[in-house]
Design a protein around this ligand. Structure first.
Ligand SMILES: [Zn+2]
Length: 544
């Protein structure tokens, strides 16, 4: 299994390669220095060569994704994928079936995806769906920000939080820790209303205590990916202060903020939002311990799905349409609302503009990476259009003219913000950056020892077309896409963290489970080999 990708223009920012013409050699699933001269080759002259794409934040598996599929049968009828010699049948739309999710990521040149919000109780479901999602290596983040049993520990026995988190990751097969509206979801579930500040109380703790305890524990455990935080007050005018307060609370410890765009609003609560993207971009630039993905909104249809159930309730009030709410007993909430972002709508155009501001003002592409919070801000299939918005000023200006004028005037996008992302910067925000932030050393680069995940694009002036239709996609050294067609379907790997815990924590948690859960402690951990194996472990304690 050897291959030489010959004569392409290579963008491998992790190794300081920015558009040099050179060969990339693959052998036995890895990038290597050399292969024999008579090895099979792809003539990549005129093509752009990048590592396979890495999506740091998307929603592709688990109960909420499944509920969203059930909520949109009309999309299934409109986008049927027929069975072929290579592909299983399935459906597309905003929330594709498992198979189609894998195929379409691969057809886009993506080879690694992180499912960003898994209730631990749903780990089996998520694992089963990820095993059913071909083509991509996948990891998932475990929701711990509204877990009442963990709250008990934070209140009574904070020194044990670290071992508890390590146990939860081991028990679920997860990769990292996710907080979603910490404390706020549980408070809302109790009928006490969402939290508005980090010092509001729920079950004897405050969001600030939850954030401090968990971010501190994750930092001490040296997990490869830091705490992944969806801040409180998502979507609320004025929430940029909560975002800054959250960052202040975690200062000095690494953290990643999910979909920063949704947390960058000025204005008064209940009033019209304004943009605070410049302030947040500046703050982020000055704090190397923090990173974020943007959560860009794209005009058109979306499907909002979030563990932040109170946000969904608000969206339901706005749309007056379909809504699902589903609590996961003492762990988290979940809400789903189909949504359409309209370019003439003030709020939607402002959201769109804030996402672009964050990208264009970001001083460090390694720490502000691309996402649409699929499918919340738009489908992952819209990434090529987003890339064009970043790379092509004329195209962007044309789109700016079509969007709600008042909203765009409230941004700095018309103030000579003429930055155009380079191919190198695109390679950073779509692969090298996310891989580094995730601590995935074998991903996002093309140095010797990296996974042989490679995407080849024709170098076209229309960047949307270019990134929508890679010429070749290579996964683990095998050509899976050729000339825009899937030519082989492969199973991806589960990526999970390896982090030891003190076994004594299990007795502590057993008591908490007796009191709080309906599930027996001994039945809770995932043990089924077909769900857990094969997997690749990424060890804690060795930061990338
Ligand atoms: Zn998300």
């Amino acid at each position: 299994m050897t291959l030489r990708i010959a004569g392409g223009r290579v963008y491998d920012p992790a190794n300081g390669v920015a558009g040099e013409v050179r060969d990339v050699c693959l052998s036995d699933g890895k990038v290597v220095e050399e292969v024999p001269t008579d090895a099979p080759r792809i003539d990549a002259r005129g093509m752009v060569v990048m590592p396979g794409g890495v999506d740091i934040h998307a929603h592709i598996a688990g109960p909420k994704v499944n509920a969203a599929r059930r909520l949109s049968p009309e999309e299934h009828r409109g986008d049927v994928v027929e069975r072929s010699a290579i592909m299983r049948s399935g459906t597309g739309g905003m929330v594709p079936s498992t198979f189609v999710t894998g195929y379409r990521y691969a057809l886009l040149g993506y080879t690694t995806v992180v499912e960003a919000a898994t209730p631990p109780l749903a780990a089996r479901h998520v694992l089963a769906e990820l095993r059913d999602t071909p083509m991509i290596d996948a990891a998932f983040l475990v929701l711990l920000g509204n877990n009442v049993a963990l709250f008990d520990l934070i209140r009574r026995d904070p020194a044990r939080v670290r071992d508890a988190i390590a146990w939860w990751l081991e028990a679920t097969g997860g990769y990292g820790v996710k907080l979603v509206n910490p404390g706020g979801v549980e408070r809302w579930k109790r009928g006490e209303g969402n939290v508005s500040s980090l010092d509001d109380e729920v079950v004897g703790v405050t969001p600030r205590q939850v954030i401090e305890a968990i971010a501190g524990a994750v930092h001490e455990l040296e997990l490869p990916h830091p705490t992944h935080v969806h801040c409180n007050n998502l979507g609320v005018a004025g929430n940029w202060r909560t975002t800054l307060d959250t960052l202040h609370t975690m200062e000095g410890r690494r953290a990643h903020l999910a979909h920063l765009q949704f947390h960058a609003y000025g204005g008064k609560p209940g009033g019209r939002p304004r943009s605070r993207a410049p302030e947040l971009a500046e703050y982020l630039g000055a704090h190397p311990e923090f990173s974020a993905d943007v959560g860009q909104v794209m005009f058109g249809d979306a499907m909002t799905m979030t563990a932040d159930a109170p946000v969904s309730e608000r969206l339901r009030d706005i749309t007056g349409g379909k809504w699902v709410n589903a609590d996961t007993e003492v762990e988290t909430g979940c809400g789903i609302v189909p949504f359409t972002y309209r370019e003439k709508n003030y709020v939607h155009a402002l959201q769109w503009g804030i996402g672009l501001e964050l990208f264009l003002l970001s001083p460090d592409p390694w720490r502000l990476v691309l996402s649409t919070d699929h499918p919340n801000g738009g489908s992952f299939l819209s990434y090529p259009r987003l890339i064009r918005l970043l790379m092509d000023r004329d195209f962007r200006n044309e789109q700016l003219r079509r969007a709600n004028k008042k909203a765009i005037q409230r941004t700095v996008l018309l103030d000579d913000l003429d930055r155009e992302y380079t191919l190198e910067e695109i390679a950073i925000v779509t692969r090298a950056g996310p891989a580094r932030l995730l601590g995935l050393r074998d991903k996002g680069h093309l140095g010797a020892g990296a996974d042989a995940d490679v995407t080849l694009y024709d170098d076209r002036a229309d960047r949307e077309e270019m990134f929508a239709t890679p010429r070749y996609v290579i996964k683990g050294g095998r050509v899976v896409v050729r000339d825009g067609e899937l030519v082989e379907a492969l199973a991806g790997d589960l990526l999970r963290v390896g982090v030891p815990h003190d076994p004594d924590i299990e007795d502590v948690l057993r008591d908490r489970f007796e009191e709080r859960y309906t599930v027996q402690f001994d039945s809770y951990p995932v043990t089924e080999p077909w769900l857990l194996e094969p997997a690749r472990r990424v060890a804690a304690g060795s930061p990338a």
